[in-house]
Write a protein that binds this ligand. Structure first.
Ligand code: C2E
Ligand code: MG
Ligand code: MG
Length: 698
């Protein structure tokens, strides 16, 4: 065997190094240059021969190379660490002029000792440039030049782990309101022009460190690493909304393009839920739902609401699939003092759901799911059928009853709705349309007035009656009363609840009843829970009442039993069915106007004539309540409750005088207290009187 020639091996090594396309430096155990090839010298633009560098320490070699580094200090730090490292490493070196080198460090380790190391440097500038261009193309939206969804997701992920995001950041998602209309009416080029203008406004508003993106058709997002508090986020959202609200000129038309914004603020990286996108998305959903052109901040409350909605939907879906819905019925009572009688001809059907645990759930427990566009329609179909079936069963039993059913607002506004009703009625020919009443609730925004109105008209022509449910809680109660041809309004139970406590609810209920009467619409007071409320409502003039004090909603089979005994169970109502007691209605008017007077005085909005009237020496006798009290004196003078009311009334007028003359906080407080006292004494006396009048059976 021929021994290898050490000289020829060294020559071969030199040849290899000289011809390698990448730069190579070999260090010995003392960290001195053992080999360096010409490519390496070229990379660092060193006009030296390799032989001049051999034997230099690493630091001396670095000094030669330093002017070529983009950041010499950074590189020095890296080399200091690497030179003692016993495992291989790879990284990038940035040179001045934009050049990028890929660096491999390979230590020679023997018996745990570093015997030397090889550094290999490869010029990857061209490859990186191509990658950058490719990334730009795949990460950008071609229309607006903003990041696209992919680019945005990558930056969001990076930010969650990058030092820039460690102190928290904000994610804003926004959606153009009604953008589809622009595309549909003005065409797609106009739509593109709007999107471009929106993106320009966005670019003009954000900071250099912010990352705006177009993440879907009309959906945009901004990542804001320097926005770390909710206050800052709110300011930015307000600026964005007003910038977008400025009208823009597109395709010869002026367009006002609103937007809705959802915000999620992460105070510190890793402060809980990392799902920033879902959080902002939830806030955006909430913003859109609560009317457009708004922003909402993510909060735990919002998450809870969202979870509840989902649970309710799941529960209702399961119930529908497994046939676990059932109707309960609550009677509506009619009191006719003029004819000295009360009776029940009508019931309201209320849906109930048996859940997976066998528990019966009230509609209130899944009310948001009932308002869902798709689920609501399915429930309504079930309710319509079940109600019509029940009506014919009762008819066969000789019970002449009318039924009110609740309809989901989405369904009511659906173009097929009237057709569905007509079809279901045709399937139950023994039921007269007059026996069916449909309740629509008006507390949801965005009822399309034109559609709702024409649906109401068609249904009325079919013979059905329409009720406005939860009246007084919506945005446009009065307008709806005037616009829609409804037959019944149901005054929301919140007014009834506070009737005896608060003078304002008294005047509102009273006002709503009078308005309905003027328009020839009957009014039902719902949620009547106590006899006192029932008496007060009768005094106000209500003739139709519904609530637990008469009956809880009950299953169909209990209805005939209840009907058979309610007259005796509710015999206390007989006292209310006496016409003479209702003289008190005038007193209610007086009480309401009294209360309003105190309010006006306290708010300093009274005019001079009214003040003059208050200061009149006979004011206590001349006011409406005074006149009415005087009328009752003959019959009631001996009643202590009456006397208390007279005293409270006198004191109220004294306080009024004091408040006019003194005009200080103490006098105002006394006036307010004395007004409350009149209110309490009034109901004490009225309800006591009604209670103690013997029913007139004559
Ligand atoms: P609503 O139509 O205003 O029905 C009255 C609600 O008040 C019913 O609750 C009823 O049980 C309850 N209620 C009756 N009297 C009293 C009372 O004296 N005090 C109190 N605190 N509550 C009383 P429920 O059945 O849970 O229904 C809640 C809402 O769900 C209904 O309000 C209605 O908007 C909706 N809903 C009920 N059934 C249906 C249905 O079949 N279809 C649709 N789309 N919605 C329904
Ligand atoms: Mg109802
Ligand atoms: Mg209601």
């Amino acid at each position: 065997m021929i021994a290898p020639n050490p000289h020829s091996i060294a020559t071969q090594m030199e040849d290899v190094l000289r011809n390698l396309p990448s730069g190579v430096v070999v260090f010995d155990a003392a960290c001195q240059v053992a080999q360096i090839n010409p490519v390496c010298l070229e990379l660092f633009k060193l006009r030296l021969h390799p032989a001049e560098l051999i034997g230099l320490g690493w630091r001396a070699l670095f000094d030669h190379m330093a002017p070529a580094f983009d950041d010499p200090e950074l590189e020095l730090d890296r080399i200091k660490t690497l030179i003692r490292q016993d495992c291989p490493d790879q990284g990038e070196i940035h040179l001045r002029g934009g050049q990028t080198l890929l660096r491999h460090y390979v230590p020679f380790v023997r018996n745990g000792e570093i015997q030397g190391a090889l550094w290999q440097l490869q010029d990857v500038t061209a490859i990186r440039k191509q990658q950058g261009q490719l990334e730009f193309l795949t990460d950008r939206d071609p229309l607006t030049g903003l990041l696209n969804r992919r680019g945005f997701d990558r930056r969001l992920k990076m930010l969650e782990h990058h030092p820039l995001g460690q102190h928290g950041f904000t994610l804003a998602l926004f959606d153009l309101d009604d953008f589809k209309r622009v595309n549909d009416t003005l065409g797609h080029p106009a739509g593109d022009a709007v999107l471009t203008e929106v993106s320009n406004r966005l670019k003009a508003l954000v900071r250099l460190t912010d990352m705006p993106a177009r993440i879907g058709g009309d959906e945009f997002a901004v990542l804001m690493p320097e926005c770390r508090t909710e206050e800052q986020a709110v300011q930015i959202a307000e600026r964005l909304i007003s910038a977008m609200a400025v009208p823009m000129q597109v395709a010869g038309s002026i367009i006002q393009q609103g937007c809705s914004i959802g915000l999620a603020v992460q105070r510190r990286a890793g402060d809980g839920n990392p799902a920033m996108f879902q959080r902002a998305d939830l806030a955006l959903y909430d913003a859109k739902n609560s009317g457009r052109g708004r922003f909402k901040l993510f909060s735990q409350r919002l998450k809870h609401q969202h979870d509840t909605i989902h649970q309710q939907r799941d529960m209702l879906c399961d119930g529908l699939r497994q046939g676990q819905l059932q109707l309960y019925f609550q009677p509506v009572l009619t009191i006719e003092p003029e004819a000295s009688r009360f009776y029940v001809r009508k019931l309201e059907a209320l849906v109930r759901l048996r859940d997976a645990q066998g528990q019966l759930r009230r509609a209130e427990e899944f009310e948001t799911a009932l308002a869902d566009a798709q689920l609501g329609v399915k429930v309504d179909r079930y309710v319509l059928d079940a109600a019509l079936r029940q009506l014919s069963t009762w008819q066969r039993q000789g019970l002449q009853l009318r039924l009110a059913i609740n309809i989901s607002p989405h369904h009511f506004a659906h173009p097929d709705f009237v057709g569905t009703v007509r079809e279901r009625l045709a399937a139950h020919p023994d039921v007269r349309p007059q026996d069916l009443s449909l309740e629509i609730t008006e507390h949801r925004p965005s009822l399309n007035l034109r559609v709702v109105n024409s649906t109401i008209l068609e249904l009325r022509r079919l013979g059905l009656s329409i009720s406005l449910d939860d009246f007084g809680t919506g945005n446009a109660s009065l307008a709806h009363l005037q616009q829609f041809d409804v037959s019944v309004v149901k005054i929301d139970r919140s007014f009834v609840r506070d009737l005896l406590q608060d003078g304002i609810d008294l005047s509102l209920s009273y006002g709503m009843l009078r308005l309905a009467q003027m328009l020839g619409i009957s009014a039902i007071a719902e949620g009547v829970e106590t006899r006192a409320q029932c008496r007060a409502l009768c005094l106000l003039g209500f003739r139709h009442l519904q609530g637990y004090v008469f009956a809880q909603p009950m299953p169909a089979e209990q209805v005939p039993v209840w009907l058979g005994r309610y007259e005796s169970d509710l015999s206390w109502l007989a006292a209310l069915s006496k016409p003479q007691i209702l003289d008190a209605e005038r007193a209610v008017q007086a009480l309401v106007s009294h209360r309003m007077r105190a309010r006006k005085l306290l708010a300093h909005t009274m005019d001079a004539t009214e003040v003059q009237e208050l200061l009149h020496p006979q004011a206590t006798q001349r006011c409406d309540l005074g006149l009415w009290l005087a009328q009752q004196a003959e019959q009631c003078d001996h009643e202590p409750q009456y006397q208390q009311l007279v005293q409270a009334h006198t004191r109220f007028h004294q306080c009024l005088m004091a408040a006019v003359n003194k005009n200080d906080a103490d006098a105002d407080l006394q006036l307010s207290d004395s007004s409350t006292a009149v209110h309490a004494a009034f109901w004490d006396w009225i309800l006591h009187t009604v209670e103690n009048k013997k029913p007139d059976r004559g």
